[in-house]
Design a protein. Sequence first.
Length: 335
Amino acid sequence: MTRYDFVSDNTAGAAPEAMQAVLEANAGYAASYGADTVTAQAADLIRQLLDADAEVRFVASGTAANAIALAALCKPFEAVLAHEHAHAATDETGAPGFFGHGLGMTPLPGADGKIDAAAMAAALAEPENGHVQSPGALSLTNATEYGGVYSTQAMAGLIGAAKATGGGVHLDGARIFNAAAAGFDLVAIRPLGVDILVIGGTKAGMPPTEALAIFDRRLARRLDARLKQSGQLPSKGRFYAAPFIGMLREGAVLRHAAHANAMAQRLAAQMPFKLAHPVEANGVFVEMDEATYQRLTAAGWAANRVFDNSVRFMCSWATTAESVDSLAEALAAIA
């Protein structure tokens, strides 16, 4: 039987704190379409977490959250600057362009999934002409697709450059809690100049849910209409919001993220293969030839080979030390 423990941090089930909050939200009747008290409480907890006044909405997936955010920031004839391997640029089947009615993606290089500042400066310096989609927004990811964690200083430099040209800024926080557990300051996000933050719930241990925190309230005008048109305004919205209550009210989400990060460090310490990227969050990326990768698969372990040809092992809130050690034994056997 194939084991999916380390394929992704979304292969695990939902954490008990999240599920308990869903059960609590299931009692009685509530207003529809996000007008309920559960949604209001969850939004307040997110504002407290970020120490920022923001409009908050809950949607079903990270793809929808990213695409709706970028569509709000970028005109159809403009482009989004993003890392060349960012999820929005590679794994969302053109959703940003679809939701944004034609907006483009301009891929930028950078080590460990972090945008190279010089490459971004060059893209911003390109003269405008009517035959290309000039930059209209910047999309950052923290933690990155390769488990990198931006410092606030590095992020400030990129955001400052984008803002200087009048661009909007989106932060894909599918693994924002893992970044926070690694030292990234969530309270710094708003002062850094981020306009819309996607807060990942699913990878953090919740049933499918993501939150949009809109700091620039001008972007919230008619936002519910945009969500409705996109199929992202569920009638029983409290069930998207409730998991955030369970995970935020007593700090469970950050405890779980710290655990996932620690399990990645445990795996890295036993890894017989060369690391392809520093282990800064909850992912371990290694160099592995195809024959060895096939032996791993034959041994019953599923793992993803990603865009830079490294093999990825993701740890989650539910990863156990025993499963890490079992994988490490299997890796040692095939090395």
